[in-house]
Every structure is written in structure tokens, then in C-alpha cells.
Ligand binder design. Structure first.
Ligand code: FE
Length: 373
């Protein structure tokens, strides 16, 4: 079957002072909704700077700053309601994956009938979403270039994914000066989110020569730059490389999606509130080792990049260098919760398994979690 090889309708601008290029967003509409978290962008003056640039460019920005980490469906709907009452016509996200994903959901609801639930899944919009602009302040999610928005449905105990090409940001500004103040643990964890995207996308069924090239490049950058940036947090060149690697992996994701590592971490986030990057880093050695025999050549390439003989050992070693926990018990998961966690993994992995060669059943999740415990 013929499939889309690559699609990228947006502009990515990378470099020191990329933020100044936000004025280019002015042609997208008159009233942008600025979507951000509860703290960082305001405290650092970034929000005020963005407002100033947008105002000087002739728009009238409105701010929604109530996005929590691992945002809920209700947060996105509240933001959309706020945007509608203020007659917003495009959306600008400032922050990590959480505001960026909420911004995409708002963009969907600005042009489509209310009720976000009907748009989860692949390409279910009635009309194209309103334009989105992203300014990432972490280097990890790649959301600034993807068609994905992931939100938590607390009632169902699920992370739900909205997939719509019209939500791919029209403009992404990768400005390393915005990530220099990120604390070490968040730098490591979000960096490992990007690393997981690249590994999972590389092993997904729909991987193609272009996604492979992007993913391998992202992995080579991260293995070198992530430990280095922890030692030198103010180094703008390293911060810029991490932003670039995160976007490279994100661009590849649009063609491939992720596999069970991401799906299984959704269960950890929903049940334990564990951060997305941390959960991905923690599980990755075990999920990839479990399926490694399906991909002998690609796993050997990953080992070359990591400088290891055994993929599980190499990935565990990387986590140790980044001070990330290497077992579920170390991360506070109780052993008697593993059966319920395995069931939650099964429910959260429906999309992920469709991106894999091998069929995965309940026993597989249990085996992986036992090994990770
Ligand atoms: Fe992720």
C-alpha cells in the first residue's frame, strides 16, 4: 500500500534569538491566544516578550496561562472556551509539550463543533484547525512540528491522542536561550522523551529512509549533547542541538508514530502521575530489549550509536549517566500493583501496537513490567 512518505507544511526557525521571528505569525490572524503553563513563561518575562512582539506586529494577544503538566481534556476545553469568548483566530503555545498540545486542541475547537472527545483518533476533524505557532521551552516532545496532541482523560484512565495534519504548527521557533534555565532533571527527562521518540519511530512499521535518517541523526546528537548539556547547562550551542534533535525526532514521528514504550508510559503517567519523559526513559531499556530480536540490524545500529554490545545494558547505562531511575521499584511503583498496571498498559497501547510488527498481548506487558521492576 502506498503511504505518505513525508509531509511538513510548517516553517522551523532555529537559532539564538529565534523568538524575535514571532512577528512572522502576524499574517495568521488578528487575535492570537497565547497558551502557556502556570509559572515559567510569566516568571521569566518570556510571556511579556512574546506579547510585546505580537502586539508590535499588529495583533491583539490574549493569554491563557492555566495549563498543568500532563494536561487534562477539560483544560483544553476550558482554554478553547476562553479563546472563543475572546474571538481568537489562531493559537501560540509557549512552553513544553503540555501547552503545545493544549494549543493544538484549542485550534481544533476554534473551527470545529464543541466536544473534543469526537476528534480523538486519526484525522477526524470536520474542518481544518486554526493556525498554531509553537515556541518550545523544553527540548523533548517535538510537538512543535507534529500532528499529535496527547491529553489525559482522567475518568477513563487513558491518555488520548488527537491526530490531525492541520494542527502541525505553521511556525516553530527553536530558541536555545529559552531552554538554558531548565533544571537538570527536566533537561534529562525531556531529552530522553526525544530519545524515545527517535528509537520508537526507528522501529515502527511505517519507518522509511527519511524518518530513519532523521531519527539516527537525532539519536547521535542526543547521546553526545544530553550528558554534555547537563555538565554545561548554559551552553547555547548544546541547547540548540538538543532542540534540533527533538524536532528531528518529531518530524519522523509524523510518518511513523511511536510504539509500546510510549503507550506503556501513558499508564505510568495516568496511575502514578509520573512525568512523561521520566517514564519513557525508565521503561525504554526493557521494552526495546523485549522486542529487539525482531529488528537485528536496527538494534545493532542503535548499539553502535550508544557504544554498547547489549541494547538493554547500553540504555540502562545512559539512564544512569543522566541520574534517571533504572527500575519501577526505584521510581516508587508497588509490586502488587503490577497486574493492574499491565492491564492499564494494554488499554493505553491500542494505537501503539498498530505501529508494530509483532502482536503484543497481556502477558507481554506483564513480562516487561516484571523485568522493569
Ligand atoms: Fe513523548
Amino acid at each position: 500500500m502506498a503511504e505518505t512518505f513525508f509531509y511538513m507544511p510548517g516553517r522551523v526557525i532555529c537559532g539564538p534569538d529565534a523568538l524575535a521571528e514571532l512577528s512572522r505569525a502576524a499574517h495568521l490572524g488578528k487575535r492570537p491566544l497565547l497558551v502557556t503553563g502556570q509559572n515559567f513563561a510569566r516568571r521569566t518575562g518570556l510571556l511579556a516578550k512574546a506579547q510585546k512582539i505580537l502586539t508590535a506586529a499588529g495583533t491583539e494577544p490574549v493569554v491563557f496561562d492555566r495549563v498543568e503538566p500532563e494536561p487534562a481534556v477539560q483544560t483544553a476545553e476550558a482554554a478553547a472556551e476562553y479563546a472563543r469568548t475572546h474571538n481568537c483566530d489562531f493559537v501560540v503555545a509557549i512552553g513544553g509539550g503540555s501547552p503545545m498540545d493544549v494549543a493544538k486542541a484549542v485550534a481544533v475547537l476554534l473551527t470545529n463543533p464543541p466536544g473534543l472527545d469526537r476528534y480523538f483518533g486519526s484525522e477526524k476533524l470536520e474542518r481544518p484547525a486554526a493556525p498554531v505557532v509553537c515556541i518550545p521551552t523544553t527540548a523533548g516532545t517535538g510537538s512543535e512540528v507534529t500532528k499529535y496532541a496527547v491529553l489525559v482523560d482522567h475518568q477513563a484512565g487513558l491518555k488520548k491522542t488527537l491526530v490531525a495534519e492541520s494542527t502541525i504548527p505553521r511556525l516553530a521557533l527553536l530558541d536555545p536561550s529559552l531552554t538554558v534555565s531548565l533544571p537538570a532533571c527536566l533537561t534529562a527527562e525531556t531529552g530522553m522523551d526525544a530519545f524515545s521518540h527517535a528509537v520508537e519511530s526507528y522501529l515502527a512499521i511505517a519507518a522509511n529512509p527519511l524518518s530513519d535518517a532523521f531519527n539516527l541523526q537525532a539519536l547521535e546528537i542526543i547521546v553526545r549533547a544530553l550528558p554534555a548539556v547537563l555538565a554545561e547547562p548554559m551552553n547555547l550551542a548544546l541547547r540548540q542541538q538538543m532542540l534540533l534533535a527533538s524536532s528531528l525526532a518529531g518530524l519522523a514521528l509524523n510518518s511513523t508514530g511511536t510504539i509500546i514504550n510510549h503507550g506503556m508510559t501513558y499508564a505510568l503517567t495516568v496511575r502514578y502521575g509520573m512525568g512523561h519523559g521520566r517514564a519513557n526513559a525508565l521503561l525504554l531499556p526493557y521494552t526495546i530489549a523485549y522486542i529487539a530480536e525482531d529488528y537485528p540490524q536496527k538494534i545493532s545500529r542503535l548499539c553502535d550509536i550508544l557504544g554498547c554490545e547489549d541494547i538493554e545494558v547500553g540504555l540502562l547505562d545512559l539512564n544512569r549517566r543522566l541520574s534517571i531511575p533504572t527500575s519501577l521499584s526505584e521510581a516508587g511503583v508497588a509490586e502488587d500493583d503490577l497486574p493492574a498496571l499491565a492491564e492499564s498498559c494494554r488499554l493505553n497501547c491500542v494505537r501503539a501496537v498498530s505501529h508494530m510488527k509483532r502482536r503484543i498481548d497481556s502477558q507481554d506487558y506483564t513480562d516487561i513490567l516484571r523485568r522493569a521492576f
